[in-house]
Write a protein that binds this ligand. Structure first.
Ligand SMILES: *[C@@H]1O[C@H](CO)[C@@H](O)[C@H](O)[C@H]1NC(C)=O
Ligand SMILES: *[C@@H]1O[C@H](CO)[C@@H](O)[C@H](O)[C@H]1NC(C)=O
Ligand SMILES: *[C@@H]1O[C@H](CO)[C@@H](O)[C@H](O)[C@H]1NC(C)=O
Ligand SMILES: *[C@@H]1O[C@H](CO)[C@@H](O)[C@H](O)[C@H]1NC(C)=O
Ligand SMILES: *[C@@H]1O[C@H](CO)[C@@H](O)[C@H](O)[C@H]1NC(C)=O
Ligand SMILES: *[C@@H]1O[C@H](CO)[C@@H](O)[C@H](O)[C@H]1NC(C)=O
Ligand SMILES: [Cu+2]
Length: 591
């Protein structure tokens, strides 16, 4: 079985120096990797990676190679700098001026790209005046590297204003993902971007068109919206628009523009769909075309062709689109479920354009397509290419009960809270759980909502019971979980056990739990660390919808040099009393 220490062999080094505001905080010594000089033997000969041979990657490594268990060695460090700034009057893509937080001056921020097995190094520069930050690399397994997960209050302290922190981690899986701030509601202000890890694929395509970010969009700052969302008189605010690759037309028809993605006639195109919404899940469709799904989250699947795809917040679908219709312009639509339980958008027909080369690049599509009946259910029936098979006799599940509390008075006023097993999570930014572990501390505030999983290399099973009618996209850090099943009502072992799939069920890092329903997941304890499980609706996690799995705690200090987190924590503890907005107004978590 895979041992995290294998992956750790390239990692070593302690943090040096002490942190002073305004100076970089030494965080992690980035390994000096050898340049690619020698060819490292792979598996069976597979030839060159290319349009007719996407199953082959390089060095004879193929799509059949186990990615998580046996990834290729790292050849290269891919280094990036992210500068986060506060904009008080930013003219957004649909023409409305609003407050925002941008990364390297843009929204979405830059795409982080790497090759399978390599090492990613990111210097995060917090140039905000009045917020900390922490950047989470969504969907990256961080095997043996829990301290690089970027979840403030769990795996690190927030990065104080005016300082820089360096993250460094392996990418053992390939495909499409994203990064975003995990500090309060900050990612809803624009602190988000795509990640692409190049590798093999389960079907051929000619052209990779890269990440295609779809997101809900608001005309007010996320910190204000968060306050509205939790008030009994407020409730979740309606989105003003859905943006496609950062673009959208204002609902009035004036202001902004439709995004246009150009397709080459006769060719097949890989498009990496990512839903980076705060609240809204949608069903996407391209008039006149179907989409062949080849990956979900970072899990390759058997190719599966569908007319429309449901994207819950945080989910990714890599699809292949064939430009085999008449040269012209085609609507790409995002449709919300009409009931509103999957979000509400004030723009009734948010859309973008897919435009064949040779078509009039100023014209709008003429065919409006057939109206879609959108649901709020996840896609079903997808089959992972690398199989995981469970033994039904091994099933022994614990329950995670999700409740919405009645409005209650706390230090923020009268608010709604979300609870898992009777606790609305409230993490300590100035004392994250990994720091407790570093100190040998085994007791923490019950509000940390921790479940310990001490056993190594076993499957753990979880029944998530949703006691409220709203569906939620449930996200787990550090693992891809197997989705054994979901349904409505309360999970009952006698009636529902036979509905569970144990033979290579779908595997991913975000799954939709039905309203007033259940979701059964399983994951394998191969990754010591502190891992959040939370709702990916930004408002809900800030209102307490989260818990932490502390996996194999006794091994964490040996695997990670946790003392490297201390300088940043000391800097945060020195800064926090001067922050004008603290004490914090929510759980401290976002996404
Ligand atoms: C791939 O396999 C071929 C045929 O066996 C061999 O010639 C080649 O050296 C291999 N390449 C690598 C990188 O192992
Ligand atoms: C952004 O700028 C405004 C206006 O100066 C200020 O009130 C706010 O605190 C700033 N926010 C952050 C996160 O720096
Ligand atoms: C972050 O800054 C915004 C203003 O830009 C403020 O509203 C919010 O309360 C701050 N949050 C924290 C936790 O400091
Ligand atoms: C994005 O996720 C949100 C929240 O689950 C969901 O309401 C929305 O429909 C998703 N978008 C798409 C394109 O599926
Ligand atoms: C797609 O969006 C366009 C532009 O908003 C709209 O006219 C059309 O009716 C939409 N089609 C579907 C199928 O939603
Ligand atoms: C959560 O909801 C379930 C089902 O309605 C109920 O049995 C349980 O008592 C609730 N827990 C709390 C803390 O309200
Ligand atoms: Cu939720």
């Amino acid at each position: 079985m895979h041992s995290p220490s294998l992956l750790r062999s390239a990692l070593s080094g302690l943090a040096l120096g002490s942190a002073v505001l305004g100076e970089p905080i030494p965080h992690k010594v980035v390994p000096q990797l050898k340049p690619r000089q020698t060819i490292i033997p792979g598996g069976k000969p597979c030839g060159e990676h290319g349009p007719t041979n996407r199953g082959c990657w390089m060095n004879n490594w193929t799509i059949d190679k186990e990615n998580e268990i046996d990834p290729p060695p790292a050849f290269k460090n891919w280094e990036y700098d992210l500068y986060i700034t506060n904009e008080t009057a930013w003219e957004g893509p649909d023409g409305v001026v609003k407050p925002a937080m941008l990364v390297n001056g843009g929204f979405p921020g830059p795409t982080i790209e790497a090759n399978w097995g390599d090492y990613v190094v990111v210097n995060v520069h917090n140039q905000l005046q009045d917020n900390g930050t922490s950047i989470h690399w969504h969907g990256i397994r961080q095997i043996g590297e829990s301290d690089q997960d970027g979840a403030n209050g769990v795996t690190e302290c927030p990065i104080p204003p005016g300082t820089t922190k360096t993250y460094a981690f392996h990418v053992v899986q390939y495909g499409t993902s994203w990064w975003h701030s995990h500090y309060s509601s900050q990612y809803g202000n624009g602190v988000v971007g795509a990640m692409v890890v190049n590798g093999p694929a389960t079907a051929n395509y000619d052209i990779d068109l890269g990440p295609y970010i779809i997101t809900d969009y608001y005309h007010q700052g996320a910190d204000l919206l968060q306050r509205i969302a939790e008030l009994p008189s407020g409730g979740p605010p309606d989105a003003e628009n859905i943006l496609f690759r950062g673009k959208g037309k204002h609902k009035s028809g004036t202001g902004g523009s439709y995004d246009r993605l150009v397709l080459t006639p006769g060719k097949t195109h890989r498009v990496r769909l990512i839903n980076t919404s705060v609240d809204n899940s949608f069903t996407v469709s391209l008039v006149g075309h179907s989409m062949k799904i080849i990956q979900i989250d970072m899990v390759p699947v058997e190719p599966d062709t569908r007319d429309h795809i449901f994207l819950a917040v945080g989910q990714r679908y890599d699809v292949i689109i064939e430009a085999n219709k008449d040269v012209g312009n085609y609507w790409f639509n995002a449709t919300l479920q009409s009931s509103g339980s999957c979000g509400v958008c004030n723009n009734a027909y948010p859309a973008a354009i897919f435009s064949y080369e040779g078509a009039d690049q100023n014209a709008l599509p003429t065919d409006r397509g057939t109206p879609i009946t959108a649901t709020c259910d996840g896609e079903k029936g997808l089959v992972p290419y690398l199989r995981r098979v469970l033994d039904p006799a091994d099933f022994h599940a614990e329950e995670l009960n999700i409740n919405l509390t009645q409005p209650e008075v706390d230090f923020r006023g009268t608010v709604f809270r979300w609870e898992i097993n009777d606790v609305d999570i409230d993490i300590e930014w100035d004392h994250p759980i990994l720091e407790y572990v570093y100190e040998g501390n085994v007791q923490w505030n019950p509000k940390a909502n921790i479940i310990e999983i001490p056993d190594a290399d076993v499957w753990t099973y979880w029944i998530i019971q949703n006691n409220f009618f709203i569906p939620h996209p449930v996200h787990l850090h550090g693992h891809d979980f197997l989705v054994l099943g979901s349904g409505t009502g309360r999970f009952n072992r006698d009636t529902h056990f036979s509905q569970l799939e144990f033979n290579n069920p779908v595997r991913r890092d975000v799954e939709q739990i039905p309203g007033s329903g259940w979701l059964v997941i399983a994951f394998y304890t191969d990754n010591p660390g502190a891992w959040l499980l939370h709702c990916h609706i930004g408002w809900h996690v800030s209102q307490g919808f989260g818990m932490q799995f502390l996996e194999r705690a006794s091994e964490i200090n040996r695997l990670m040099n946790l003392n490297q987190m201390v300088p940043n924590c000391d800097a945060w503890r020195a800064y926090a009393p001067t922050n004008p907005w603290l004490p914090k107004l929510d759980s401290g978590l976002k996404k």
